[in-house]
Design a protein around this ligand. Structure first.
Ligand code: BV8
Ligand code: ZN
Length: 246
């Protein structure tokens, strides 16, 4: 179909989208699915790599036990991501920056595709696959610029091993990023929950904060999630088809 596609969502949602000034969006792996990035859960399956559920390989315990294996897992995913481009969902959300007075985009994704689509000041709750940090001194490195084939690579400041700068299971989220997201969630009028299975905490608690503070909460996902009941409205379908029509 060409031209303007038919709008979706309730009359109430359209009215709220017209009047809302503060909008909060939480995204998960599903927003990148149409870019070819595999999700972790959904469709009744959970990701496994070399026989390990991803909660095992992506864990704080595995950094202690086998850091080279953790690097191998993230190198594999980074290589696959190099071929992925932002999709219509990322682009629609980037366009929302101009549409609403204050748009806060918080993502659980580490793929950097929101920024690639033009979103600014993305709150990356789980870090970035394109960054590394030193186990000893905490210095950060941009993996797009680091020329070190060793695994683990060495810190340019102190020589100690680097690790991927992502939040693994059993690790705290960056406090300032989470605090900023929680504050914006508590202050928003309209909250969208897009492409997340909503089972990983504390990120999945952000829409709950928004709802308790009085926001209108809308879910975009082809499947129901534990948060669906809490939402005022659920728009069932792929984010790349739904978001451009809102
Ligand atoms: C912490 C980076 C404490 C690494 C990831 C409360 C209760 C129970 C357990 C806990 C709890 N609080 C904390 C925990 C423990 C744990 C947790 O939540 N476990 C769960 C699983 C039971 N949480 C933690 O460990 C967190 N840390 O609590 O720290 C602490 C405090 C102080 C000091 C020390 C410690 C840290 C969690 C971070 C984990 N890191 N990512 C990596 O990528 O390898 S998590 C991982 O899941 C993903 O990376 C992603 O970030 C996250 C969430 O997944 P989703 O984005 O939702 O993706 P998923 O695949 O699950 O779902 C895809 C969805 O998309 C589906 O619903 C599908 O239907 C939909 N979809 C598909 N196609 C489309 C679509 N939607 C739209 N359009 C489409 N086309
Ligand atoms: Zn260092």
């Amino acid at each position: 179909m060409h031209g303007q596609q038919q709008r979706i969502g309730s009359v109430e949602l359209r009215e709220r989208m017209r009047s809302a000034r503060r909008v909060f969006v939480l995204t998960g792996a599903g927003v990148s699915a149409e870019s070819g990035v595999p999700t972790f859960r959904g469709g009744g399956r959970t990701a496994v790599w070399k026989g390990m559920p991803f909660e095992v390989i992506s864990s704080a315990a595995m950094v202690e036990r086998d850091l080279p294996a953790v690097w191998e897992w993230f190198d594999y995913r980074r290589a696959a991501l190099g071929r992925c481009r932002p999709n219509a969902a990322h682009l629609a959300l980037a366009g929302w920056q101009e549409r609403f007075g204050q748009l806060t985009l918080a993502t659980q994704n580490i793929d950097g595709l929101h920024a690639a689509a033009g979103s600014r000041e993305v709150l990356e709750l789980h870090g970035s696959i394109w960054a590394a940090r030193c186990l000893r001194c905490g210095a950060r490195a941009d993996l797009r610029e680091l020329n070190d084939e060793d695994r683990p690579p060495a810190c340019l400041d102190c020589g100690d091993p680097l690790r991927p700068d992502v939040v693994l299971f059993g690790e705290a989220l960056p406090g300032d990023v989470y605090a900023a997201a929680a504050e914006r969630a508590a202050g928003c009028e309209l909250c969208f929950v897009v492409g997340t299975s909503a089972v990983v905490y504390p990120a999945a608690g952000l829409p709950v904060i928004a709802r308790r503070a009085g926001a209108y909460v809308v879910e975009v996902n082809p499947e129901p999630t534990p948060l669906s009941e809490l939402c005022h409205e659920t728009l069932q379908g792929p984010a790349g088809e739904i978001l451009p029509r809102l």
